[in-house]
Design a protein around this ligand. Structure first.
Ligand code: NAP
Length: 302
């Protein structure tokens, strides 16, 4: 199936978890020809059958061990709460020199789960491609998902420079900008820009539907435009997000406390009819958001 290419970074890549992210990586590898073989595994037979039917991997195995035992790079793409179980099952079956990376939306807890099962001669370089949609499953992936987005790597120990460079190069070949930061910083940044917005969206949908039931308001009938745009991410996979919140508890609670304080201030301003305060906050936040948009547009045009 594969042609030889100068872009090949790894001989065999094994992807554990072939939903939105895992299947997008597989498609990106095939499209950019950056590995000779791409193997995959999912927990259920039905997902494995679906992925075989879609046909973007060289082989989907029925067991984890067969999937990973000849891999040069293993990418863990299952929900973050599954990593310990996966590592326990594969730790005795990895060849020396294998690199493991992951895509989990939290980093400190994932490192704790994986590091204790790491055999000698195998490196773990934690990663998080900041790219996604609200869809899940192998049919929702696409090769361009990562294009012009940022991937954060959070090496936490004396990481082999050659291995780190290979993982950086891998994500760059999928179209990403790569930054390196500490796991702690990653978890705080992501709690702010991703985890809190998801929590608010889940809560907003819940608030609207409870109100609808209680007061017989026809909320959902009129929930077009803004409400749907704003709550898009509330359609995301519940298991993935359960695991994110349980595994980034401290950072999410820290950010949530400050968000709740901000909401309480807004509530007071509305109660006190303090229009000046509301207007000046909204002006400030509009300007800040416009600046963020400008910097993203600049990146897109580079
Ligand atoms: P997804 O579409 O729901 O896919 C999850 C995959 O993991 C499925 O193939 C599932 O198989 C498999 N899986 C579940 N438990 C497993 C286990 N114990 N062993 C092996 N495979 C298992 O999820 P996703 O959106 O791709 O998210 C996967 C990871 O990417 C998560 O860690 C998430 O934090 C991270 N991430 C997600 C996004 C996003 O926007 N979605 C963005 C960046 C990073 P079955 O279908 O057979 O259960």
């Amino acid at each position: 199936m594969k042609m030889k290419s100068e872009n090949i970074i790894f001989d065999t890549v094994a992807i554990v978890g072939i939903g939105l992210i895992g299947s997008s990586i597989a498609r990106g590898i095939q499209k950019n020809k950056i590995a000779r073989n791409v193997f995959g595994y999912a927990k259920t037979a039905s997902t494995r059958a679906k992925a075989r039917e879609l046909g973007y991997m060289d082989k989907i195995f029925d067991t984890l061990v067969e999937t990973v035992n000849d891999a040069d790079l293993i990418i863990l793409c299952a929900p973050v709460g599954s990593n310990a179980e996966i590592m326990r099952n594969i730790q005795g079956h990895l060849k020396k020199g294998t690199i493991i990376t992951d895509v989990g939306s939290v980093k400190k807890a994932v490192i704790d789960q994986i590091d204790k099962y790491l055999p000698d001669g195998v490196s773990f370089i934690p990663g998080h491609p900041i790219a996604g949609t609200e869809f899940s499953g192998p049919e929702s992936g696409f090769a361009e998902l990562f294009y012009k987005k940022c991937c954060l790597l959070t090496p936490y120990t004396d990481t082999d420079k050659v291995h780190l460079d290979k993982v950086v190069f891998f994500w760059e070949e999928l179209g990403m900008f790569v930054d390196v930061m500490s796991p702690e910083m990653h978890d705080l940044v992501l709690a702010t820009i991703s985890h809190l917005p998801h929590l608010v969206a889940f809560n907003l949908v819940d608030t609207a539907s409870k109100l609808e039931n209680k007061k017989d308001y026809e909320v959902t009938k009129y929930a077009a435009g803004g409400f749907l745009d704003y709550t898009r991410v509330a359609s995301s996979d519940p298991i993935m997000w359960r695991d994110v919140f349980l595994n980034n508890k401290d950072a999410v609670i820290e950010i949530l406390d400050s968000f709740i304080d901000g909401l309480a201030d807004l509530k007071d301003s509305i109660k006190m009819e303090n229009g000046n305060k509301l207007e000046s906050l909204f002006t400030e936040t509009r300007n800040k958001r416009n600046k963020i948009l400008d910097s993203i547009k600049k990146l897109d045009s580079e």
